[in-house]
Design a binder for this molecule. Sequence first.
Ligand code: EPZ
Length: 430
Amino acid sequence: MDKIVIEGGHKLNGVVEISGSKNAALPIMAAAILTDEPVTIRRLPNLTDVRTMATILNELGIETLWSDGGTTLTLTTKNSAPCTAPYERVREMRGSICVLGPLLAKRQKAVVAMPGGCVIGLRPIDLHLMGMRALGASIDTEHGDVVAAAGRLKGTEIFLAGPNGPTVLGTANVMCAAALAEGRTIIKEAACEPEVQDLARLLNKMGAKISGLGSKQITIDGVDKLHGAVHELIPDRIEAGTYMAAAAITGGSVELRNMRCGDLDAVVDHMQRINIRITKLPDGCRVEPDGELAPLNFATAPYPGFPTDMQAQLMALLTVAKGTSVVTEKVYPDRFMHVAELNRLGAKIHTQGSSAIVEGVESLSGAKVIASDLRASAALVIAGLVARGTTEVKRVYHIDRGYERIEEKLCALGARIHREHDPEETAPAK
Ligand code: EPZ
């Protein structure tokens, strides 16, 4: 297994290109199940999760043809008999759940292993199942699998929010299933995330009739058949936000290119409140310091609120702010695995329920830390950029799930960072 080694204290300066969105890629790839014609996806990031989804689709009878140096993928159904996403895959990546809706709509059957809990907390799929049932599917759980079956699905009205708000992949699943259902489906309290909007745009290119994109109410008029399409993914807003935080913690000046600032309004606003100047540019933005880092009280929320996927990275930044901050996690109330590791780097953070109190310190000091999940790893790398001495972030396979060539991109900005084999870590903990 590899580790990332960072020598802290070097300002980031220069330009970084943002990759295509991982969280848009996964449901969009799964949507290829809905047609017998080729679906071509451009600007795919080279990430473990994307490769895992390609493997799942292969196993579901879909040919995967990579081109343009691995950034374009053409998916063509060759065999529409397989209907099973086994536990071995689902435990590798919970995003595999997004094959459920497409399988059920197109192949009338889906067997998808129930995802277990994970380090960011309980991650139930009850809303996905409720949505499928509302569309007319019968759902059983047998031996750890969800077994769903249906004739042609039937459009209906579905209220899709749970205790922590709407569900992103649940909305994606219902939208895919309803695209081929008979009649009209209205999803109330739908997720508005840009990734959900991107999926709807692809489905519409395939002949679906979806309106209300980006609002809490999505209307889907079912069609008999979907056809092939070509689609370019939106930029990864969480990768962009992560580079904003990385630039900001070092006090450097970095230009982010190939991104959409409009998808990051809450992040930009929160950065500005802690004295980071963000100048919008036609194709991205410039990030630079605007005074001393100030503390901030903030809470995560579904889009357009502050994303839970940026909570750990902003917390890393607040560890060295002048004063005390309060971070409240409202989407995944237990998503604080990074706190103990940031404290190993000298941060002063304690948690109280779903809040973390962050007392800003003068400086962090490098140490060995363990990445527990994707965004926690990013937070540790960000902290390592300013920690005195050397920081080793272990178990970096987490970071490879969601950040394309992170050490290369940071190195090009002037960070002293490299990847090396970690003899202390052997088998990847799933
Ligand atoms: C997506 O997960 C993202 N994953 C997550 O990104 C992201 O953190 C999350 O949305 C929230 O923005 C992908 O897109 C692949 P949810 P998803 O269903 O769709 C509760 C990352 O780091 N809930 O929107 O699985 C749930 O427990 C990852 O890239 C139910 O109660 O998340 C949570 O509190 C991690 N019942 C809230 O809803 C359900 O059936 C939102 O979860 C489903 C969810």
